[in-house]
Ligand binder design. Structure first.
Ligand code: PBG
Length: 333
């Protein structure tokens, strides 16, 4: 369908841009706090918020502080938070066993948050990188990231998170067959209603740099993730991945990173019409925040404009480190 335009002067498209009232009336897409998922970094300790240098304004939170963040999110109308653990050297092993420890940092945080703020949806990350000695999302054997034994480990990790009370599981590892394997394991264990938000179209991106600092993976990663994450030159492949993950039982799908991949968001939404999320990743946050802190950009305006762009591209939800700040601004206005 093409928008119909009469010849000038019958049509003057500026008529609807004349005043704030008319612009509001004609606005096609809007951002709401209910569209946001807030990624939160965890660390051990009590009452600590440890700043992350490459992500100004973001800190690793102890569990008690994360519970307070969840309460704040609920207050601001943010429906979900997503947990990422910082793990030091002592918990990183070749077998990644900490990943399915029922009492690991993430699983303890899930329980604490669900006990204090049952209304907020808790999302997790499923991948071995926080627990792996070499920073990879899967097991490394003879220099190769092996698929099938990694998938088996991921299902154990998923089950432990579901048992801790997670509402949404987020497999971010890009192994083949993990959605089906996790879904089957959840059904067998009676966790019928745990949702899976698949990181379906996840690109091998340099925009993840600050995140790897935040979770303690930066100095450790050996090589790159190009044998499992997507080639940034590809678009049709994203549709194959989304279709495959949906067919295996994903409830929602994600495109990641966000701003440089809005064309993929639009194609996915148009092709499948399923709940579609984008992740405005750490590097996107860092570049906007870094420029704003130097006075080179208007921080609030670029934050809101970038988030609205995800809605325009067809996304239903956005994972963003700006979530509390954007929600506060939406509440005030
Ligand atoms: C790892 C994971 C990554 C992110 C989320 N989960 C990093 C990676 O794949 O190396 C990145 C998030 C961000 O950059 O904000 N499984």
């Amino acid at each position: 369908m093409r928008p119909s335009v009469a010849p000038f002067p019958a049509a003057r498209l500026r008529r609807l841009r004349r005043s704030a009232a008319l612009r509001d009336l004609a606005q096609e897409n809007r951002l709401d706090a209910a569209d946001l998922i807030w990624p939160v970094f965890l660390r051990e300790g009590t009452d600590v918020a440890e700043p992350i240098p490459s992500m100004p304004g973001v800190a690793r939170l102890s569990i008690d502080r994360a519970v307070r963040a969840a309460a704040e999110a609920a207050d601001l109308g943010i429906p979900a938070i997503c947990l990422f653990p910082y793990t030091g050297a002592e918990l990183r092993t070749e077998d990644c066993a900490e990943a399915w420890n029922p009492d690991n940092l993430t699983n303890r945080a899930i329980r604490a948050i669900k006990a204090e703020c049952p209304g907020i949806a808790v999302m997790t990350d499923i991948a071995l990188d926080p627990y792996n000695i070499n920073g990879h999302d899967g097991f490394v054997v003879d220099g190769e990231i092996v698929n099938d034994t990694t998938v088996e480990a991921l299902t154990r990790m998923a089950l432990a998170q579901a048992e801790a009370g997670a509402d949404i599981l987020g497999p971010s590892d890009m192994m083949d067959g993990r959605i089906g394997a996790i879904r089957t394991r959840l059904e067998q264990a009676g966790h019928r209603d745990v949702a899976i938000l698949s990181y379906a179209a996840k690109y091998a991106s340099a925009f993840y740099g600050p995140f790897r600092d935040a979770v303690g993976a930066s100095g450790r990663l050996v090589g790159d993730k190009k044998t499992y994450q997507m080639n940034p030159g590809n678009s049709d492949e994203a549709l194959r991945l989304v279709e495959r993950d949906l067919s295996e039982g994903a409830d929602m799908v994600m495109i990641k990173p966000g701003m440089a991949y809005l064309d993929i968001c639009r194609r996915v939404k148009d092709s499948f019409g399923v709940p579609t999320c984008a992740y405005q990743v750490s590097g996107e946050y860092a570049m906007l925040r870094g420029a704003a802190d130097r006075g080179w950009l208007d921080g609030e305006r670029v934050m809101m404009e970038s988030l609205l762009a995800f809605k325009r591209a067809g996304c239903d939800a956005i994972l963003t480190y700006f979530a509390p700040e954007a929600a506060r601004l939406l509440k005030e206005n």
